[in-house]
Structures are given as structure tokens and as C-alpha cells.
Write a protein that binds this ligand. Structure first.
Ligand code: DQA
Length: 144
């Protein structure tokens, strides 16, 4: 089972960026935790971080045919990128959206995710453990 983990804009600054909201862990530390969980689950996982909408869309397209599922934190693109939502719908593999923070409890513009509507499910507000939970959920969904 192959799973792509896609981190969107500004997530490369985790650990320094608003730690009271996003936590103290760096993206490298989060990716290491995901890799450990993937080994336990016998999943082949690859993580990428992209700052631009086009790069995220291209990575989703590349996952088509190469990956069985994907985990996506679109960052702020979640709130307005219909292009990313279309890409998720187009590739035909299950995508789980993850947000570190609880977007439902934040500013009004963050309470809507247009990309979540195209996803198989969403995990929001559970910090970095959300990625591990998403990986477990994908494994279950894909093995059925
Ligand atoms: C985020 C939430 C978004 O609103 C924000 O723009 C981010 C991070 C999260 O993981 O909580 O960049 O996706």
C-alpha cells in the first residue's frame, strides 16, 4: 500500500510558526512520526511539502496511478482552492484532509474547507497525531 502525504504552504515553518496554535514539532519531526507509523502498518509512505497551489495539484495528479491513497493538509488553500478540490475529485483515490488546528473553532474564514468536500474524510484539531490517525483510517479503508 502506497500513501502520499502532502503538506501545503507555510507548513515548512512548523515548530517556529505560531507554536501556540500549531505546536512545537517541526515538519521533519512530524514526518518521522508518520514514517514510524507507516512502518508499523506496512505502508509505503512518501511526504512532500509544497508552497504553491499548482505544485500541490501536480503532486495530486502524480499520485494517480502511483499511490493508493493520500493525506493532505492544504493549509489555507483548504478555505478557497476549488482547483485543489477538483484535483482531489479527479484522481479517484481516497484523500483524507488533516488540519493540525481545529479550523471549526478559529476565524470565520477558516471554518469552511472547500477541499474537504472532495475528500473521503477530515481530521482537524488533533495536532500531529491527526496524520497518524489518517494513515490508520486509510489503511483500513484500502484493505476493505
Ligand atoms: C492549517 C489550518 C489553516 O487554516 C492554516 O492556513 C494552515 C494550517 C492547520 O493545519 O491547522 O496553514 O491547515
Amino acid at each position: 500500500m502506497r500513501v502520499l502525504v502532502l503538506h501545503g504552504p507555510n507548513l515548512n515553518l512548523l515548530g517556529e510558526r505560531e507554536p501556540e496554535i500549531y505546536g512545537m514539532q517541526t515538519l521533519a519531526e512530524i514526518d518521522a512520526t508518520i514514517r514510524t507509523a507507516a512502518t508499523e502498518l506496512s505502508v509505503d509512505v512518501r511526504s512532500e511539502q509544497h508552497g504553491s497551489e499548482g505544485a500541490i495539484i501536480e503532486a495530486l495528479h502524480a499520485a494517480r496511478g502511483n499511490c493508493d491513497g493520500a493525506i493532505l493538509n492544504p493549509g489555507a488553500y483548504a478555505h478557497y482552492s476549488y482547483a485543489i478540490a477538483d484535483a482531489i475529485a479527479a484522481i479517484g483515490i481516497p484523500v483524507i484532509e488533516v488540519h493540525l488546528s481545529n479550523i471549526a473553532a478559529r476565524e470565520a474564514f477558516r471554518r469552511t474547507s472547500v477541499t474537504a468536500a472532495a475528500c473521503r474524510g477530515t481530521i482537524s484539531g488533533l495536532g500531529a497525531r491527526g496524520y497518524v490517525l489518517a494513515l490508520r483510517a486509510l489503511t483500513e479503508l484500502l484493505s476493505k
